[in-house]
Design a protein around this ligand. Structure first.
Ligand SMILES: [Zn+2]
Length: 179
C-alpha cells in the first residue's frame, strides 16, 4: 500500500542500475520495500533538483540506499566516487531532507567550493582546521552549516514537485510527511 512504483516516475537522467539496495538488507521485507521507495524518491529528487535548477549537479552522481556505518548517521557523500548514500531506516520526511543535504555537498564539491587536497579539506580555497570530531564542531563546519540550512526547504520543494508529477499522491504525502 505504501509502495511507490518505479513506473510512476520516468527516471531518465540516471541509470536505474545506479540505485541499489545493500546485500545485507535483502532478506528484510520491510527494509526492502522502504529501500525500494527510497531509491525511487532519491532518483526522482536528483532529477528534480537538476531540472528545477535547485542545485548545480553533474549527471553522474550515484545514489546508494544502504545502512550508514554509524548508528546516528542518516547519509553520506563520498566526493571522489560521487556517491550519495542514504539510510532507509529513518522517516520519509527525514530521508528526503538527508537526500537534499547530501546533494548540497555534491554541489559544493562540483562547484569547487569544497575540496580535499591530501588530508586537508578546503572551503573556498581556505584550509579547514575543523575536523568535526564532536557533534558541535561538525555542525560548525561551513559546508555543514550550508547543507543544514538548505536541506528542509529543498526537501519541501522536491515533495511539492513529486506531488505535482504524481510520483506520490497528496494522501501519501499527508500520511507520511504531514502537512
Ligand atoms: Zn553534511
Amino acid at each position: 500500500m505504501s509502495v511507490i512504483k518505479k513506473s510512476d516516475y520516468r527516471v531518465t537522467s540516471i541509470k536505474t542500475s545506479a540505485v541499489y539496495v545493500s546485500a545485507a538488507s535483502k532478506n528484510d521485507k520491510a527494509i526492502k520495500t522502504r529501500s525500494s521507495n527510497v531509491a525511487v524518491l532519491a532518483a526522482a529528487a536528483y532529477q528534480i533538483l537538476r531540472d528545477e535548477k535547485l542545485l548545480v549537479l553533474s549527471d553522474d552522481v550515484i545514489i546508494r540506499v544502504a545502512k550508514t556505518k554509524k548508528v546516528n548517521n542518516k547519509g553520506a557523500y563520498y566526493a571522489e566516487a560521487k556517491v550519495v548514500v542514504v539510510d532507509p531506516r529513518w522517516s520519509y520526511e527525514s530521508i528526503m531532507q538527508t537526500i537534499c543535504h547530501e546533494f548540497v555537498h555534491a554541489e559544493q564539491y562540483y562547484e569547487g567550493r569544497l575540496k580535499w587536497e591530501g588530508n586537508t579539506q578546503f572551503w573556498n580555497d581556505i584550509p579547514s582546521r575543523n575536523k568535526g570530531t564532536t557533534y558541535s564542531t561538525y555542525r560548525q563546519m561551513p559546508w555543514e552549516v550550508e547543507a543544514f540550512s538548505r536541506q528542509d526547504s529543498l526537501a519541501e520543494q522536491v515533495w511539492q514537485k513529486l506531488i505535482a508529477l504524481n510520483v506520490i499522491s497528496l494522501e501519501w504525502y499527508q500520511t507520511y510527511i504531514g502537512q
